[in-house]
Write a protein that binds this ligand. Structure first.
Ligand code: UD1
Length: 421
């Protein structure tokens, strides 16, 4: 199995180009199921999750031609299956994103129920309830969501009890092809949700309220859509992760191909810690700070501080002066990285969904295990300032969402090697 070996790399410099957003690429790939034309998608991140969703689409009968590792053409007119099988869904929960489009288009589908995951129970009850509200009959049998809507889905008022990103995306895609008007109240407004709405709007679907918590979508009544070429937005979480690498080493590095407004919650927090930035329209340079102050963070929905950056900021907190407090509000079990950071010497106290991190603490390299995608990147960040050598195991998590991570880090001066044992 592959692992990453990182030797303390106390000072970084240079530029890093940020890839396309995984969490935008996934719903957009699922949305190609609503199209009648060949869809050209560029700036896709070359990561395992994207390849998994492409495989799922191929399994359903779509034709996918890769122009290069970041660009594909998808033709989904001739879909032959409507069953998203366990073997693919178990690899990636986001496969649930085919539920809305398949059901809206074919009036029938079976999607393997995604199981639990490392960061908590993560149910899909809100996705299911919304589809039922749109007229679907849903049964859970043999581990599958079996959904039926004989006369197609009907527009409805959907009120989400909790803001859900992929839940909102599933309803948005279903509503685009449904009969009549759908109103989504308490919709997610992450930039990735906004991009999905925009590409549907460009294909002719009437959508009001894009970027707000209330969306109104006029369905096409079953008629397939015509998508324009799509360029995936930059990955704000990948960008935030590199910013944390720059911050923990108190270095100046430049991020290219970013959307600074999407990073506001992250850069605001880094400013609170003491860093400053040179910003342009699509790049950002983090500048060193005289002192790293402790901070408080509460994870919440966009535009608040993202849960997907919680682990990386926890690594950073180990080098800040004083006690930082991190509250995880979205996922009940997203502190698996704590015990691994403690193996490096971090001083962290956990109580429920609160973590107190006392710093600055000298960290010492050790063997550590990645437990989920973002936890893996937190371990890399901590390894940069850990004395000696850190070996990070189970890095398949990392490959799910970070394109060319060793290459990019090496370009910034990190001493990193991928090894196998
Ligand atoms: C998406 C992101 C993930 C990010 C998360 C929160 C993708 C592919 N993944 O995941 O990176 O960490 O948003 O920003 O975009 N919930 C329910 N019932 C449901 C659905 C969700 O109770 O049917 C709960 C979840 O357990 C969680 C909260 O709602 O506590 C938010 O989860 P959600 O926004 O749905 O996360 P994902 O869309 O799975």
């Amino acid at each position: 199995m592959d692992y990453l070996q990182i030797t303390k790399s106390p000072s970084l410099k240079g530029n890093v180009t940020i890839s396309g957003a995984k969490n935008s690429a996934l719903p957009i790939l699922a949305a190609t199921l609503l199209s009648q034309n060949e869809v050209h998608i560029s700036n896709l991140p070359d990561v395992v999750d994207v390849k998994t969703l492409a495989k799922l689409l191929e399994h359903l009968g779509a034709n996918i031609a890769w122009e290069n590792p970041n660009t594909l053409i998808c033709e989904a007119k001739q879909i032959i299956h409507t069953k998203a099988i366990y073997d693919i869904v178990r690899k990636m929960r986001a496969s649930i994103l085919v539920l809305g489009p398949l059901l809206a288009r074919f009036g029938y589908c079976e999607v393997s129920l995604p199981g639990g995951c490392a960061i908590g129970a993560r149910p899909v009850d809100l996705h299911i309830k919304a589809m039922e509200k749109m007229g679907a009959n849903i049964q859970i049998k043999g581990g599958y969501i079996i959904a039926q809507a004989k006369n197609g889905l009907k527009g409805a008022d959907i009120l989400f009890d909790k803001i859900t990103v992929t839940g909102s995306e599933n309803v948005i895609m279903a509503a685009a092809l449904a009969h009549g008007k759908t109103r989504i109240i308490n919709a997610a407004k992450e930039p990735e949700v906004v991009q999905l709405c925009e590409i549907l709007q460009e294909s002719g679907v009437k959508i009001e309220g894009i970027g707000t918590n209330e969306l109104t979508i006029e369905g096409s009544g079953g008629e397939l859509l015509d998508f324009k070429p799509i360029r995936i937005i930059p990955d704000r979480i990948e960008a935030g992760t590199y910013l944390c690498a720059g911050a923990i080493t108190n270095s100046s590095i430049t991020l290219e191909n970013i959307q600074p407004t999407h990073l506001a919650a992250i850069t605001d927090k880094l400013e609170e810690i003491g860093f400053s930035f040179n910003k342009s329209t699509d790049s950002l340079t983090i500048l060193p700070s005289a002192k790293l102050k402790s901070f408080e963070v509460i994870t919440t929905e966009y535009p608040g501080f993202p849960t997907d950056m919680q682990a990386q900021f926890m690594a950073l907190a180990t080098q800040c002066e004083g006690a930082s407090v991190i509250e995880e509000r979205l996922f009940e079990n997203r502190f698996m990285h704590v015990s691994e950071l403690q193996r490096l010497g971090a001083d962290i106290y956990l109580k429920g969904n609160l973590a107190k991190v006392v710093g600055p603490t000298p960290l010492i390299g050790a063997d550590v295990m990645a437990t989920d995608l973002r936890a893996s990147s937190a371990l890399i960040i901590a390894a940069l300032v850990s004395e000696g050598v850190t070996n990070i195991h189970r890095i398949y998590h990392l490959d799910r969402g970070y394109e060319s991570i060793e290459h990019k880090l090496r370009g910034l001066g990190v001493n990193i090697t991928r090894l196998s044992r």
